[in-house]
Design a binder for this molecule. Sequence first.
Ligand SMILES: *Cc1c(COP(=O)(O)O)cnc(C)c1O
Length: 429
Amino acid sequence: MTDAPSYGFDTLQIHAGARPDPATGARQVPIYQTTAYVFRDAEHAAALFNLQEVGYIYSRLTNPTVAALQERMATLEGGAGAVCCSSGHAAQIMALFPLMGPGLNVVVSTRLYGGSITQFSQTIKRFGWSATFVDFDDMEAVAAAIDENTRAIFCESIANPGGYVTDLDAAAKVANDAGLPLIVDNTSATPYLCRPIDHGATLVVHSMTKFLTGNGTVTGGCVVDSGNFDWSASGKFPSLSEPEPAYHGLKFHETFGPLAFTFHGIAIGLRDLGMTLNPQAAHYTLMGIETLSLRMQRHVENAEKVAGWLESHPAVEAVTYAGLPSSPSHEKMTRICPKGAGGLFTVALKSGYEGCVKFVDSLELFSHVANLGDTRSLVIHSASTTHRQLTEDQQVAAGAAPNVVRISIGIEDADDLIRDLDQALNASA
Ligand SMILES: *Cc1c(COP(=O)(O)O)cnc(C)c1O
């Protein structure tokens, strides 16, 4: 399926990128478990290595199973191309790598996945990059945080774990006015609930580990490029606009146009950083995406039911879920992700840190794990686990205060989930 824009989401999630195997007719995408690919002749090999011809050389760069997933992700997000990699965190580095350099910075939302806050506030400093954290409810502050060394703006569509929705249209306007790309982590929403490119995003990153794969089996990441950004306009993105010494002076933007970022991600990013997705993991993720819309509908339906029930429980101080009419993010949700706010929310308990510990230990159906977006319901006490490396101020800003538990609602019977939560809340109070 090459020209498929007229198909609906439910059709594309099954068919995009997946042609019958040309060698065998296999209907399902085969797992191409191979490291290398035979060249037709020496001339063919040279053309591939010069990027004059597109094809398969070595699986650190490209693999047919991974390529099918890349095409599916680009199609579902409405992008020009996509690069898959080994995890969501790898995708974040892969997204920033062509844009950044020593002394340059990225302006990021304070409301991010805990691991992303650590990656941006600590680890990227080793590359000479830095991140400026800003509250994305205050777009004037976001604009004010941009300086001449800023190369991107980064936020999550639905922010994990605080049940917060970012006004992507407003963020895209700030980015556009500054001539910078907006990068959106769309992990919690998935392209079924939100398509950031439709709201002006340049790049979309994913942890495919979560709802896209859906069953908690493998880790994976993806960077989707809208193909809409002019990398040559400002002179700020020389990796994409200037001659590349590793390819005989080839200019990626001039040569590949809307596919410049994608080609750079494969030819330089995967080649030299090596954060490659393996074909087995790509296969699990392709299988998961086939049922994405059905699962997301049930995740949302269950989350709305359970969050509404929790809100009126006497042991509960507050529920933070953009799908609840009481949420400050609810209006933004109706614009940014009108089909629902996903399956993830947080609950603050009146019984504090100790009550949260007792609560997670008392749950039977919910698993206490550091994951989300599984078919089964999961729970984690962020302050003592995923957000443990953060200061209390950072924890509160990220929606992970000490009395807060993050809940990822699965696709089980909502009544069974409510019964389990009820007994655990009573045990914790
Ligand atoms: C899990 C997650 C990540 C990191 O992804 P990994 O696949 O675990 O590396 C990044 N962003 C969000 C929103 C996540 O939920």
